[in-house]
Design a protein around this ligand. Structure first.
Ligand code: A3P
Length: 302
């Protein structure tokens, strides 16, 4: 939309990110200069890569499987979204302050690319969990998100064109992922894939447990995997964002129909096959061919 701007890195203009002007005015500096603590827990992703799902997994593992609190407190309050107030028009809650003022350990979600995140992350080195997802499923999910939550009224093809031209909010996706892939072996980074979580959640839960220095019995892991299953997350009012969406829509004077759109939508790997026309799929194939991810020993999972 018209209020989006391109933020570039002065020392390397090829590094950029598309963000709303409001974010630049409000958050750019204070996020860059934010004080970081060693025990912070960050979940960072490009949007629609399984952020919410991962946040709940990480929060539960690091909180000794506290089902009671998880059933009473919204995930967005337990694990706030750093730059949200700089993204949503007319949003009055200061989510930066919410993140900053949490009791420790703080849980922070962000979709910012590495170069816009706080400088102290790279010196203090708290734990950062990064999640990647293949661009085809991601863009389809991002399209539905924009259509229902950001009043996008264009066609799917136009949306995909804008995505491959790196014009979408938080674009470019590939650089976002590669910047974290390059530092994946650092001891404070856990790099996960949506597709692995979908295909073998037990294994990914155990990876996250190891990363967070937590030990649970197989029975506890099984229970957690059930709690994190698609149907359970979709029905869970503390996680499925229905309440947040209702609040946002109503405060913007828009109609809220709980049956119209579910944030926890399909949750599939390869769901794009049923949703993209041959032409739309081809646009994404051409985009994938031009990306340099293979130079970095990185492959998307399909
Ligand atoms: P789809 O739109 O493809 O269904 P994010 O939280 O980063 O916005 O990601 C949202 C995507 O994660 C949505 O993808 C949503 O359905 C999916 N998701 C959320 N919880 C899930 C789960 N337990 N299992 C599989 N997918 C899940």
């Amino acid at each position: 939309t018209a209020d989006m701007v391109k933020i570039s890195l002065k020392s390397d203009p090829s590094k950029f990110c598309i963000m709303p002007q409001k974010y630049v005015e409000q958050d750019l500096e204070r996020i860059k200069n934010m004080e970081i603590f060693e025990d912070d827990i960050w979940v960072v992703t490009y949007p629609k890569c399984g952020t919410t799902w991962t946040q709940e997994m990480i929060w539960m593992i690091n909180n000794n499987l506290d089902y009671e609190t998880s059933s009473k407190v919204q995930l967005s309050d337990r694990f706030p979204f750093l730059e949200w107030s700089g993204i949503i028009k007319n949003f009055t809650i200061d989510t930066f302050a919410e993140c900053e003022n949490q009791s420790r350990p703080r849980y922070i979600k962000s979709h910012l690319p590495l170069f816009l995140l706080p400088d102290q992350l790279w010196t203090v080195k708290p734990k950062i969990i990064y999640v990647a997802r293949n661009p085809k499923d991601t863009v389809v999910s991002w399209f539905h998100h924009h259509r229902h939550l950001h009043c996008y009224q264009g066609t799917k093809e136009d949306f995909i064109e804008a995505f491959v031209k790196d014009l979408m909010l938080y674009s470019p996706m590939n650089d976002h992922i590669l910047d974290f892939w390059k530092i994946r072996d650092e001891s404070n980074i856990l790099f996960l894939f949506f597709e692995d979580m979908k295909r073998n959640l037990d294994q990914e839960v155990k990876k996250a447990m190891k990363f967070l220095n937590k030990n649970y019995s197989q029975e506890e892991v099984d229970k957690l995997c059930k709690h994190l299953s698609f149907d359970s997350i979709k029905d869970n009012k503390m996680i499925n964002k229905k309440e947040e969406i209702r609040m946002l829509k109503e405060s913007a004077g828009e109609k809220f129909d709980p049956n119209e759109f579910s944030f926890v939508r399909k949750g599939q790997v390869g769901g794009y096959k049923k949703e993209l026309s041959a032409g739309e799929n081809e646009i994404l194939d051409d985009y994938l061919k031009c990306l340099k991810f293979k130079d970095f020993d990185f492959e998307y999972k399909f």
